[in-house]
Ligand binder design. Structure first.
Ligand code: ADP
Ligand code: MG
Length: 682
């Protein structure tokens, strides 16, 4: 058998320890390793002259070794290795600390590329801890791999380059030839080679295009297969024109037109013998809960049970409260089932669910998905809040025959993308806010205004309102960098500007219970000012919070800024969003201006798509999608619709991808969806 499929231990240089690390990452063979794609590339294609290099900015320099200085052992455990190099005009020092290997390998008179940041003045410039490659054998676009502890990018590079030699011995292909021809795709072998060892940028682009195409294709095949399977299932049709007047007349407010239309489509779906698979998408505050309540009422009137699942306990509690408010007037009493429900109570509730007395059950995903017997489950509603959660959608269907499904999401995404990400669902959009809401006022300011902004916040805190302060260095929420930044910011505020207020802290590295406790304290107004990273506990409703200040606002996508902003503006008072940025970049300022201009999440999402391309949506693990590594670099919409066309074309001929030629693709699709949850596609 080809070496490509042998255990990873068989790769030269991979011992037991390193192999264990690879296994932990799900990499078991050299083949798997080839699908571990670079995160970025170090660009050696346009080296600069030493004299032109700015200090502190990473650059590549092409240089010849003049002299290797004698290593100096400064003290125990600290040695310096220095090399004098020249680019033909000026000289600099390469300095390595405690790492003799590169130094030892370098030879006087030979040419190298050195990559790193320069420092020092006119007399002596240095590049510290540079990356060095020999010119003859250099990778001009040198891949940088996503790392795990103990596995450096350089180690992976070596192992992957070796795996490539195995691949070249026995090339393979996953896509059918006609498809490759129709969409002008290079072969998988070429693409893998080029993505790990690109000769130039064009080659890299072609490789990424091919790999992104395949990822998107797999994803779309998966969602379309889910849709196809659902379309042949039989569900329990409910009675058309079930009277709902009592429900509507007991509501404390008139429904918006969008809410009415959503309820009409949902009730129509419920009356079909095909299970509903509908997405209810609406900005934070657009009033999705009452739509869910109407659907539950409709099911109950037909004798069916509804479960409403929330991602966290506190959201489940919140839902129980609102569902009770809407449903009690028509004689329904929702029950709650979460991790903290006491054993005795849990038994009683489970009994009520089994004998059908409980018609509306609210709980967390985790609890509801475990051993619960329903008397007659007719409708499953999941509140995804801010995730797309593809796998969970496939999951609950197995419970109690084939219930109707409604997914609620507060992430506005452009329609074109929604059709793909939710390819298996029908989509309803709540694009109208309830009347009488005051739009959030948004300002973009520079750091110089921070003190004044603090003053503004204090005025509102003094008036008994609450505020959020988002402090993150980078967009991903759970990084150490962000956590540290938030922690030290909270400390500074506690001991300084906000010493007289109750300052709380929330970040992604906290345990779920601790996060929930902090959010509960915020809700109970035991916290005045909550300093946080971008953790996505945004579903929690704190109507008394009227102010949010976001530091480094230029580093976020518009969609995310909009999500963050949605934490305020939930009550009757005027709310404010202050975006702080010191960026001078024109595009950054333009984006923040868009935020000040509009509060419509869908318009903002469209702008984001236009400015940043669709890649963000695919690469962001927070969305709950399987991560599409290469598609994350994708900057063009045409690729996205092309893959959709291709997926439909393949499935038209072969709805379950049965033909032998499509087996590699089928396997990949199943894997992609299996990785994302226990009950994906099978
Ligand atoms: P979301 O879509 O974010 O889940 P909610 O369902 O929590 O929104 O609704 C937000 C708030 O708006 C709630 O307090 C709800 O009672 C209120 N609301 C919903 N629909 C209307 C309406 N048509 N008119 C007035 N208020 C409404
Ligand atoms: Mg909600």
């Amino acid at each position: 058998m080809n070496e490509l499929y042998q255990p990873i231990e068989t790769l030269p240089g991979v011992g037991e320890k390193r192999a264990a690390k690879y296994h932990k990452m799900g990499i078991d063979t050299p083949y798997d390793l080839l699908f571990h794609f670079p995160r970025s590339y170090i660009d050696y294609t346009s080296p600069v002259m030493i004299a032109d290099a700015e200090n502190g900015v990473p650059v590549a320099v092409r240089c010849t070794v003049k002299q290797k200085l004698t290593p100096s052992f400064v003290r125990k455990g600290f040695s310096l290795y220095r090399v004098v190099v020249s680019d033909g005009v000026s000289e600099m020092l390469l300095v390595f600390y405690n790492t003799p290997y590169t130094y030892q390998a370098m030879k006087a008179g030979e040419e190298y590329y050195a990559y790193g940041k320069l420092s020092g003045g006119l007399l002596r410039r240095e590049m510290q801890a540079p990356q060095v490659q020999k010119v003859e054998s250099a990778l001009l676009l040198q891949p940088v791999y996503p790392q795990t502890t103990g596995l450096t990018s350089a180690m992976m590079r070596t192992n992957i380059q070796k795996s490539l030699t195995y691949l070249e011995k026995e090339p393979f292909e996953t896509l059918p030839p006609e498809l490759m021809r129709d969409y002008r795709l290079i072969s998988l072998t070429d693409a893998l080679r080029a993505v790990h060892r690109p000769e130039n940028k064009q080659e890299l682009d072609e490789a990424r295009h091919r790999l992104a195409f395949e990822e998107l294709l797999q994803f779309q095949l998966g969602t379309l297969m889910l849709k196809h399977r659902a379309s042949v299932q039989i569900s329990t049709p409910m009675a058309p024109d079930t009277p709902m007047d009592d429900f509507f007349s007991a509501l404390p407010f008139p429904l918006t037109g969008a809410q009415q239309r959503a309820i009409t489509s949902i009730c129509k779906d419920l009356c079909s013998d095909r299970p509903m698979n509908r997405l209810l998408q609406g900005d934070v505050g657009s009033g999705k809960t009452v739509v869910a309540a109407a659907a539950a009422a409709y099911a109950a009137k037909n004798g069916y049970q509804t479960v409403l699942m929330a991602p966290t306990e506190i959201l489940a509690q919140q839902h129980l409260q609102t569902m009770t408010d809407f449903l009690k007037p028509i004689g329904l009493e929702p029950v709650l089932l979460t991790g903290s429900t006491k054993a005795k109570e849990k038994r009683e509730i489970k009994k009520k669910i089994a004998d059908g007395t409980a018609k509306v059950i609210v709980g967390t995903h985790a609890v509801i998905q475990k051993d619960i017997e329903f008397a007659s489950l007719g409708l499953v509603i999941t509140d995804e809040q801010h995730r797309f959660g593809v796998a969970q959608r496939a999951a609950l269907a197995e419970k109690g025959g084939c219930p109707h499904k409604l997914v609620m999401s507060a992430t506005p995404i452009p329609r074109t993308l929604a059709l793909i990400i939710y390819g298996d669902l029908d989509i309803t959009i709540l694009d109208e806010m309830p009347k009488g809401r005051l739009p959030i006022q948004t300002f973009a300011v520079t750091g110089g205004y921070r003190e004044r902004a603090y003053g503004f916040i204090k005025e509102h805190l003094d008036a008994g309102e609450q505020a959020y302060l988002v402090c993150a260095m980078i967009e991903e929420s759970d990084t150490l960098e962000n956590v540290q930044a938030a922690e030290s910011y909270a400390e500074t505020l506690k001991n300084g500007a906000f010493a007289e207020y109750r300052v709380g802290l929330l970040h992604g590295k906290m345990k779920p219970q601790d996060k929930e406790a902090v959010m509960a304290a915020m809700k109970a107004h035991e916290i005045d000012l909550l300093v946080c990273t971008t953790v996505v506990e945004v579903g929690v409703d704190v109507p008394n919070a009227t102010l949010i200040l976001i530091e480094n606002a230029d580093r976020f996508g518009l969609a995310q800024l909009h999500q963050l902003r949605g934490r305020v503006g939930r009550g009757v008072q005027q709310s404010y969003c202050i975006l702080v940025t010191d960026s001078r970049r024109e595009d950054a300022r333009e984006r923040l201006k868009i935020m000040s201009r509009t509060v419509n999440g869908f318009a903002i999402a469209e702008e984001d798509l236009r400015l940043r391309g669709p890649g963000d949506f695919f690469g962001n693990a927070q969305h709950g999608m399987p991560p599409l590594m290469q598609a994350a670099f994708c900057s063009n919409m045409p690729l996205v619709s092309e893959t959709q066309m291709a997926a439909k074309q393949l499935l038209r001929q072969d709805p379950e991808l049965q033909s032998p030629e499509l087996q590699p693709l089928r396997t990949a699709v199943l894997q992609l969806f299996a990785k994302n949850g226990e009950n994906g596609l099978n």
